[in-house]
Design a protein around this ligand. Structure first.
Ligand SMILES: *Cc1c(COP(=O)(O)O)cnc(C)c1O
Length: 388
């Protein structure tokens, strides 16, 4: 049996249908299949390979770490954890972090933290978490309960209680949901899986105000938007907001599994001994990768370039007849099409040597943050041909 046959026989069919390609290796913004065919990468995994495939500094740091200490437990101290935690706090102005291994785990931590913050201060029954319709927060039972899309709320009953979903950008619904049982609001500033939809600024401002007035924690799910993806280290910066809790994952490890929940001063001591943990959380190899990513992304001029490339791509896309609109910020872009279906475009693009993603009915671009203008031109040329 070949790779495809083995996969289809032995791996549960939860991702079906996979695209018809076996990726074998990659070099920066170019992936290579098992026949040696090359593909320009406009997807970065799903926004995970922020520095592309196997960036030299990133691979060197990861290999060095894997050859010196690949893992231990959180009974002990390790340097990569300490360094990455310090760096993340420095960049974001947050006080401390909890390390897990994925986005969903980072959100689980944030949800537990918010409920305990409220329990410690106000006692039981102040546990409701407000999230937004069309959001995406993960695939565990708790995070699908948090996810505000009905399509996720089937089969797996009973779900985790205590989540209410309000319409994104509806200040009225948000106000009404503040009923005295609320301990947190969890939101994405730009809904990623929901179709690359940025929240309205006035809605964010009002929500932040309501949270502050009611001592309700604002949790920003920056799993997709964080770590430079939108042209700022955090999407919160576009809104001038400092959340109480922030979750990061996808792009942080440069392609290695890591998730992190960051807490501000007032809730940094909520998760005390025994209340949370993870065997692999803060794995030294993932942290070593994460450190290279955060250092590169915050180096002088890097994020300005991300924004400049974003404008460049948006301008070029706007000249394509089939493109109805482009949403998103930085290198997180959603393309609304006039007549074609996003899924078909993705398949066709693959046939022409370009990896792209969908988000709902849009074509989604999440290229590596260090993509060059030459590679952008090459990829956009393919996209343009496919959209003809
Ligand atoms: C991908 C994603 C998650 C879930 O991350 P996993 O690593 O797949 O668990 C949660 N929230 C947002 C906004 C995401 O984009």
């Amino acid at each position: 049996m070949n790779t495809k046959e083995k996969t289809d026989k032995h791996i549960m069919n939860s991702y079906a249908p996979r695209l018809d390609i076996v990726l074998d290796n990659g070099k920066l913004r170019e992936g290579v299949n098992d026949n040696g065919t090359k593909y320009i990468d406009f997807g970065s995994g799903i926004g995970t390979n922020s520095l592309g495939f196997c960036d030299g500094d990133w691979s060197a740091a990861v290999c060095a770490q894997v050859q010196s200490l690949q893992h231990t437990s959180n009974y002990y101290y390790t340097k990569p954890q300490a360094e990455l935690a310090e760096k993340l706090c420095e960049i974001t102005g947050m006080s401390n972090v909890f390390f897990g291994n994925s986005g969903a785990e980072a959100n689980e931590c944030a949800i537990k933290l918010a409920r305990k913050y409220s329990f410690d201060k106000y006692g039981k029954d102040r546990h409701t978490i407000i999230t937004l319709k069309n959001s995406f927060h993960g695939r565990t039972l708790c995070t699908i309960s948090a996810t505000g899309q009905d399509a996720f709320h089937n089969y797996f009953f009973p779900f985790v209680e205590g989540f209410v979903h309000v319409s994104a950008d509806s200040i009225d619904e948000m106000k009404q949901a503040f009923n005295g049982t609320v301990c947190a609001v969890l939101l994405e500033f730009i809904q990623g899986e929901g179709g690359v939809v940025p929240l309205d600024e006035a809605f964010v401002r009002e929500t932040v105000k309501l949270c502050a007035e009611n001592d309700v924690l604002l949790i920003a799910d920056e799993i997709q938007t964080g770590v430079g993806r939108t042209g700022k280290f955090l999407a919160a910066e576009h809104y001038g907001v400092k959340p109480d809790v922030i979750t990061l994952a996808k792009g942080l490890g440069g392609g290695l599994p890591i998730g992190v929940c960051l807490a501000t001063e007032k809730c940094k001591d909520v998760l005390n001994p025994g209340t949370h943990g993870s065997t692999f959380g803060g794995n030294p190899v993932s942290c070593a990768g994460g450190l290279v990513v955060t250092e590169k992304v915050t180096a002088h001029g890097f994020l300005t370039e991300v924004s400049a490339k974003s404008e460049y791509i948006k301008n070029k896309l706007s000249l394509i007849e089939e493109v109805k609109s482009v949403s998103g910020k930085g290198l997180m872009l959603g393309i609304e099409l006039r007549t074609k279906t996003a899924g078909d475009v993705v398949k066709k693009a693959l046939g022409h040597g370009l990896l792209v993603l969908t988000a709902k009915e849009k074509v989604r671009l999440l290229p590596p943050l260090n993509i060059t203008y030459e590679e952008i031109d090459k990829g956009l040329k393919i996209l343009q041909d496919v959209l003809k």
